[in-house]
Design a protein around this ligand. Structure first.
Ligand SMILES: [Zn+2]
Length: 402
């Protein structure tokens, strides 16, 4: 009897067994480090594990030479050795993903439905990129019909200019949710280092040449969350099967390959990557909030070193976050942008209160808050206190869905 073979998942249909396999490095947003990976070369693109575009082959080769020349792949070592900052943070700024949908894409509601699923469960926001806001959003994603039949793919994380999610008609809403997971920075669940405690890979059923699609990634410390069989980022049981038999078996009979809804673990992963408690995110976000620009390399690493010197002590981190934000707030650059922040002006305290609200809470102060803080500044000069109050308010955290 012929084995019952499920339809091939379009997420794993792209890479033929003839595609050359190469070694390179890709940025893992969850582990915050460059990881050594294998990728297949398809039409000049570096494709990892079937549907993840980690760059053009040329880009990935250049990155690989750079990382290997320096001999270190951990983020803090890259810092010391000066690998380009572009590779250090592939998250979407302000948790906002500007997007367009190619008018030729069939069934665009699968895209809007998938975006809504992520948007309802996390602090990620999708903003339609239009002619009027295009200059504000140089980095954006376009959902379009894939050029390769039977295939859905996505770039991993934010690239920095236009990037694509490629969807053929076979890509369902669930497949689109999966591709958006890659777009936000997630990798496949079954590539975790600890996966052999949860699943058994049936190597004998994997298409020839595709064993590297099942390699595990070395972890940077422990994985932060429990192994998630129900993740929308987990391969299905038949991924890259050559004979219709499963390539992945779960050790306890759990079901894998969910493409129906985001799992609580998927949501938690994105919340961690995009959490304001994530020090890299906090530093980058504070530059955007105060100076309305991304952090420069030196500023980014100096702030991060300062925060990391707390060794995880939460009281120290809270105090250092405030000191760092205040140093940007009172910098010459910020004063030049906001001439009303002139310490010699009689209106300085008033301008300070207003700007703290607009920078960190994204609104004008309400009269009660305004009067309370103005009085505090006038009587005690507590400039540190007002910034501390903003950063530790529930309103600030709610900006990040927390
Ligand atoms: Zn995938």
């Amino acid at each position: 009897m012929e084995a019952l073979r499920p339809p091939v998942n379009p997420e794993t249909a792209l890479v033929s067994s003839q595609a050359p396999i190469r070694k390179g490095y890709a940025w893992n947003a969850t582990h915050r480090k460059m990881e050594s990976v294998h990728y297949a070369e398809v039409n000049g693109l570096a494709i990892m594990e079937g549907d993840m575009i980690i760059g053009t082959v040329e880009e990935v080769e250049a990155r690989t030479r750079e990382v290997e020349a320096r001999g270190e792949i951990e983020a803090s070592s890259i810092h010391a050795q000066g690998v380009a900052v572009d590779n250090l943070d592939t998250r979407w700024l302000n948790s906002t993903v500007p997007y367009t949908i190619d008018p030729a894409l069939s069934n665009p509601s699968r895209v809007t439905d998938a975006m809504n699923a992520w948007q309802q469960a996390t602090n990620i926001r999708f903003v339609l990129r239009t002619a009027s806001n295009a200059s504000q959003y140089p980095a954006y994603v376009t959902f379009r019909t894939g050029t390769t039949p039977g295939v859905c793919t996505s770039s991993v994380g934010r690239v920095g200019n236009q990037q694509w999610v490629n969807l053929v008609p076979e890509c369902s809403t669930g497949n689109t949710m999966h591709e958006i997971g890659h777009l936000l920075g997630l990798w496949h669940e079954q590539s975790r280092e600890d996966r052999d405690s949860f699943v058994r890979i049936r190597w004998e059923n994997i298409m020839d040449g595709h064993a590297s699609q099942f390699e595990t990634k070395t972890t940077y410390g422990a994985d932060l969350l429990a192994y998630d069989y129900n993740s929308i980022m987990h391969y299905d049981a038949y991924a890259f099967s050559k004979n219709g038999l499963p390539t992945i078996e779960t050790l306890g009979g759990q079901t894998i390959g969910n493409r129906t809804a985001l799992s609580p673990g998927d949501v938690a992963s994105i919340r961690l990557i995009y959490s304001i408690d994530n020090l890299e995110l906090f530093v980058g976000q504070t530059y955007m909030d105060v100076l309305a620009r991304p952090a420069d390399l030196n500023g980014f690493w100096n702030a991060l070193d300062w925060l990391r010197s707390c060794n995880g002590d939460s009281t120290c981190i809270a105090a250092t976050r405030t000191s760092f934000a205040r140093s940007l707030f009172e910098s010459q650059e910020h004063r030049t942008q906001h001439p009303e922040l002139d310490p010699s002006s009689p209106n300085y305290n008033s301008a300070y209160v207003t700007r703290v609200y607009t920078a960190f809470l994204r609104r004008q102060p309400d009269p009660e808050g305004y009067n309370w803080w103005l009085n505090a500044l006038n009587s005690t000069g507590d400039y540190r206190g007002i910034i501390n109050g903003a950063l530790n308010s529930s309103e600030y955290r709610q900006r990040f869905g927390q």
